[in-house]
Design a protein around this ligand. Structure first.
Ligand code: G6P
Length: 605
């Protein structure tokens, strides 16, 4: 998955392309490139391996002029992250940038090779450029050639085409991958999302699946999947063009962790007024027979915590699945059920496809999303914003805890609607929930202790995280964060499952992080911890003061979390999971905000 941008502008376009690519770097950062058309109509390009900064450095020594251009930031799917495989791909008079996967590229490439067009890269995208160049060689106009190519493509794509000699023309298309058109004054834009275009325009058209668009500086003509001219609305959007900075922190992640008390306060103020939960119309759970939650990565783990809340507080049967499995399993869905799709970006391809599968089969689709202009926010019946603000670090922190806060509100609403708790019960739970921002603030005090513990963890090859009940998904999140950021192998396990496998791994070298507040399940988890210590395992126990004094004998280290928060305390325990991963990555010197091979938004399946 990648980010694409195209500009027919009124200024030198290369700096604008780079600025937009900076805002798209969350989609991938293996390599980047731009192509422009200069004043004489000549198409030229620059590409560079690695982060965007390498491309902007190259543009200093080898500048590109022109007011028309396309750009790309890449997360490699086909072919290694080399300059040859970097976009834009150029053949003949055409240059192309692409987000997605052309599934029939092998077949197309064979056909092109047979016709005398030899590939230069290992990518699927290059076949798009080659095929379009072939159509142009056969006499087609640029627009006809692009159209002829589009009709042959299978898979998912957002594409932008630029043509040598055509400084006032761009063709773009989408199928499966998102693409927006931006409208300026005598300038036009296309991009993977509205945020990329925010420095230039707030007037956005969201293309529909199968659309293609012919763009000039004067405007755009949009055509649907059957090539019929269509009109699509222009929306005025507010995503803020301001530069996003680290605010004095060393990394975005440190800043985003520290922002959690404030953003959790914001999100709870949004959904809870006095002792009342405020949700959009129609959010009445009383007749819902089942909840199906679908998400990926950290968002999936937020759903995993919430499953305990929905089942225990609201007696609501709850299914949870990773989107990539859900979408192909063809699960039967009850028409009285609701589908709940959790996503920070709102653009994750599998989660979006899962939503499209569920639409029409369930009574209501709900999105719990951080990016309000995203596809999932637009395509669900009810979009509930998580209000975490822009999250830049690829590994999610504040978006996760804000997802948990929204899900906690939903679980309480469900419990109340379904008669599982009365007004007094609701008020008591809401008091616990309202205490969470302050408790998270106290949990931030664990930063220094986590930094010291990270010296130990950073020496390990493997780390095991154990938890029970709703702290089990928190343990999973601890392991996920650690592997994402520090590249240390880590596994999260339900403590009760320890004896069914992972106990074989325990020795004096493997840190075992036990997440166990002093709750009804504490004794059980502590028994599992004793089993670890009996085998010389080195335990870090994360609990409250009571828990640590009761069970702290023989542990290698303890970390005290504040008491309180009731059933919502998993939100508090997320903080040490974040800090342990963060400081271990810092100790190892890995790239905290942009870990290798990852991307913030996974827009291919
Ligand atoms: C990627 C990111 C994770 C994120 C997951 C789901 O893997 O690196 O941080 O949790 O995608 O993304 P979403 O935007 O749908 O929450």
């Amino acid at each position: 998955m990648c980010g694409i941008i195209g500009i027919l502008g009124s200024h030198q376009v290369a700096p604008q392309l780079v600025e937009a690519l900076k805002r798209l770097e969350y989609r991938g950062y293996d390599s980047a490139g731009v192509a422009t058309i200069d004043g004489e109509g000549r198409l030229d390009r620059r590409r560079a391996v690695g982060k965007l900064v390498h491309l902007s450095d190259r543009l200093v020594t080898e500048p590109l002029s022109g007011r028309s251009g396309i750009g790309h930031t890449r997360w490699a799917t086909h072919g290694a992250a080399t300059e040859i495989n970097a976009h834009p791909h150029r053949r003949g008079r055409v240059a192309v940038v692409h987000n997605g996967i052309i599934e029939n590229f092998r077949e197309l490439r064979e056909e092109l090779v047979a016709a005398g067009y030899a590939p230069e890269s290992d990518t699927d995208t290059e076949t798009v450029a080659m095929l379009t160049a072939k159509h142009m060689d056969e006499g087609k106009s640029p627009v006809e050639a692009a159209r002829a190519t589009l009709s042959r493509l299978q898979g998912a794509f957002a594409l932008a085409f630029l043509f040598d000699g055509e400084g006032d023309l761009m063709v773009a298309a989408r199928k499966g991958s998102p693409l927006v058109v931006g409208h300026g004054e005598g300038e036009m834009f296309v991009g993977s999302d509205a945020i990329a275009l925010a420095p230039f325009t707030d007037r956005i058209t969201y293309l529909e699946d199968g659309d293609h668009v012919v763009v000039t500086r004067e405007g755009s003509d949009i055509f649907d999947a059957d090539a019929n001219p269509v009109s699509r609305d222009i929306a005025q959007i507010d995503v803020g063009a301001t530069a996003i900075d680290k605010g004095g922190y060393r990394h975005f992640m440190a800043k985003e962790i520290a922002e959690q008390p404030a953003v959790l306060g914001d999100v709870l103020n949004h959904y809870v007024k006095d002792d009342r939960i405020v949700l959009p119309d129609g959010m009445d759970f009383s007749t819902v027979d089942r909840l199906t939650m679908v998400a990926c990565g950290t968002a999936y783990l937020a759903g995993h915590v919430a499953k305990y809340w929905f089942e225990q507080l609201a007696g609501l049967p709850c299914d949870l699945d990773v989107a990539s499995e859900f979408r192909y399993r063809e699960p039967p869905l009850s028409e009285k059920s609701w589908g709940l799709f959790i996503s920070q970006s709102g653009e994750t391809a599998d989660t979006l496809a899962a939503l499209h599968y569920a639409r029409g089969k369930v009574a209501r689709t709900i999105g719990v999303v951080n990016v309000g202009t995203s596809a999932i926010a637009r395509d669900t019946d009810t979009a509930l914003p998580t209000l975490a603000g822009v999250e830049v670090c690829v590994a999610s922190s504040k978006a996760f805890t804000c997802q948990l806060a929204v899900l906690a509100v939903l679980a309480l609403k469900a419990a109340h609607d379904r008669g599982c708790i009365d007004d007094a019960g609701l008020a008591a739970h809401l008091a616990d929930l309202r205490a969470i921002p302050a408790l998270v603030n106290q949990a931030l005090n664990s930063a220094e202790a986590c930094a010291e513990l990270a010296e130990w963890l950073s020496e390990a090859d493997d780390v095991l995280f154990l938890g029970r009940g709703p702290l089990y998904p928190v343990a999973l999140e601890g392991a996920l964060k650690l592997k994402e950021l520090s590249y240390i192998h880590a596994e999260g396990y339900a403590s009760g499952e320890l004896k069914h496998g992972p106990i074989a791994l325990i020795d004096q070298n493997m840190p075992v992080v036990v997440v166990a507040p002093r709750d009804a399940l504490f004794e059980k988890t502590v028994s599992n911890m004793q089993e670890v210590m009996a085998r010389h395992g080195q335990v870090l126990l994360i609990s409250d003061n009571d828990g640590l004094s009761e069970a702290g004998d023989g542990i290698r280290a303890g970390l005290a979390m504040p008491e309180g928060g009731g059933v919502f305390r998993p939100i508090v325990y997320a903080v040490p999971m974040q800090y342990l991963a963060y400081y271990t990555a810092v100790a190892k010197g890995t790239d905290v905000d942009q870990p290798r091979n990852l991307a913030k938004s996974v827009t291919v399946e």
